[in-house]
Design a protein around this ligand. Sequence first.
Ligand code: SF4
Length: 136
Amino acid sequence: MAEASFVKSVCGYCGTGCGLVLEVQDNRIVKIRGDKDAPVNKGQTCVKGSFAYEYVHSSNRLHMPLIRKSGKLVETTWEEAYQFIVEKLASIRDTWGPKAISMFACARGTNESAYVTQKFMRTVIGSNNIDGCNRT
Ligand code: SF4
């Protein structure tokens, strides 16, 4: 078993943004504790920040995009999935306007992913209809 390493990060579960220290062993998160150097939480976390990380290594995670065809979700390529998304979003925007589109960023994504999501909505789609469960 490899020696554990410690990686600093920021919890994305809510808008508090607690500093975390992830204990990583054999490329897996095995423990999380609050970062004592983080001014927001000074080493404290709630239960979500400390324990809700099993999903990172869950076998239920999707590895391929899915598109619903004839009522069934089927695996597809990234190219087909992106083409499908582009065509649908463009069609809705052109027909109903950019405010007809909203997007929800997942708190289980990275902060970088949340940033790119809002940037995409504001600059590409032209809509401020953005939300995420991490603001609760
Ligand atoms: S979910 Fe908990 S640990 Fe995470 S940022 Fe919010 S208060 Fe901090």
